[in-house]
Design a protein around this ligand. Structure first.
Ligand code: F6P
Length: 369
């Protein structure tokens, strides 16, 4: 029987849903019944630490490389229950203009005898995958990121688990805020996309939600907070995205240097806003950035199920040799789109239809009747 070898890697920030996707790639590729139907026996090699695992010089034999783990059904049986990625990840960019290692990656793919590479990543990792696809490598992509900012898909792995974390943590913070009569500002991740703040704030029932897509007026925020007080609220929760900024202000960054891809590390706006609210309203105000908690923990049911569907669909693409595609969830269907259509673009909240810019919150009319 013909044999073929599939490589799989996870790149960029960790999040929930990666391990379920890996598990279902392995189970689908190695499935005995499907093997007979396809007439191909697949092997699956896990590549450690994202693109990092393919930029180190490698021996001809994968079983002697510390960057490669041969995957089998027994090994991955329980992986869907775990957060993060059991393969490890990195933000390594093989196309870094200061140190371009893309040729080495291509050589290593050849040395390992990979006939296909499944790349699970966010916009940066998939952007790299798209460049390798343009160089003739047989690549398939799976979208993941708590930011949910990848275009051409309604879902990215990790998002729903992160929403659960936001909701649970806001519930906990309500205990303090309610007992002590505080305004509590909760900063979420999300980079320049407001999905985590908007949908996390909606799930948690936040009083005010601030997103990067709409610059906010500090005066208006304070007015709303005081309205809340007058309406009898003992405390209020404000959810703000790390990428949100006041009108006329700049985005807050928590570190001078950018990452390997060139992204700045965002953060600090929540703390700033808390000070402004306290000063402007004279109400005791506290803040907290939820940070990496949002990316941690076991995948929720939805991420396990979507990881499963995305993993299976990625193998379907490999089997049908439909390369250069990213698995996508669009209008309720699992489908596939060209990776090149995703590169260099972001999917942001449509403030016109998905946000109430006067109330700084989610919509109060949905059906538009
Ligand atoms: O893209 C996912 C994300 O969690 C962003 O929301 C956040 O700004 C960034 O990654 C943090 O980057 P790092 O994992 O490199 O600290």
């Amino acid at each position: 029987m013909k044999t073929a070898r599939i490589g799989v890697l996870t790149g960029g920030g960790d999040c929930a849903g990666l391990n379920p996707a890996i598990k279902w790639i392995v189970k689908t590729a190695l499935d005995g019944r499907l093997e007979k139907e396809r007439g191909i026996k697949y092997e699956v090699l896990g590549i450690r630490d994202g693109w990092e695992g393919l930029v180190s010089p490698m021996t001809e034999s994968f079983d002697r490389s510390p960057n490669i783990i041969p995957l089998n059904e027994d090994l991955v049986r329980t992986w869907d229950r775990f957060g993060g990625t059991n393969l490890g990840t990195s933000r390594t960019n093989p196309y870094n203009p200061k140190n371009d290692l893309s040729k080495l990656v291509i050589e290593n793919i050849e040395r390992l005898g990979l006939s296909a590479l499944i790349v699970i990543g966010g916009d940066d990792t998939l952007g790299v995958a798209g460049k390798f696809a343009q160089e003739g490598i047989n690549v398939v992509g799976i979208p993941k990121t708590v930011d949910k900012d990848i275009p051409e898909t309604d879902y990215t792995l990790g998002f729903e688990t992160a929403l659960d974390v936001i909701t649970e943590e806001v519930d906990r913070l309500r205990t303090y805020a309610g007992s002590h009569k505080r305004i509590f500002v909760v900063e979420t991740m999300g980079r320049n996309a407001g999905w985590l703040a908007l949908e996390g704030g909606e799930s948690a029932g936040a009083f005010i939600i601030l997103i990067p897509e709409v610059d906010f007026s500090i005066e208006r925020v304070n007015e709303l907070v005081l309205d809340g007080l007058r309406a009898g609220n003992r405390y209020n929760i404000v959810v703000i995205s790390e990428g949100a900024k006041p009108i006329g202000g700049a985005i807050f960054t928590r570190q001078k240097e950018a990452d390997a891809i060139g992204h700045e590390y965002l953060g600090g706006i929540g703390n700033y806003l808390a000070q402004e609210i306290e000063q402007g309203t004279k109400l005791g105000t506290r803040s907290m950035a939820l940070g990496y908690l949002q990316r941690g923990g076991a995948p929720c049911a939805y991420d396990r199920r979507m990881g499963r569907y995305f993993g299976i669909a990625a193998v379907d693409l490999v089997v049908s040799e439909d390369f250069g595609k990213m698995v996508s969830y669009t209008n309720g269907n699992i489908t596939a789109v060209p990776i090149k259509d995703v590169m260099g673009r972001s999917r942001l909240v449509d403030a016109e239809t998905q946000y109430d810019a006067e109330r700084y919150n989610g919509r109060r009319s949905i059906l538009n009747l």
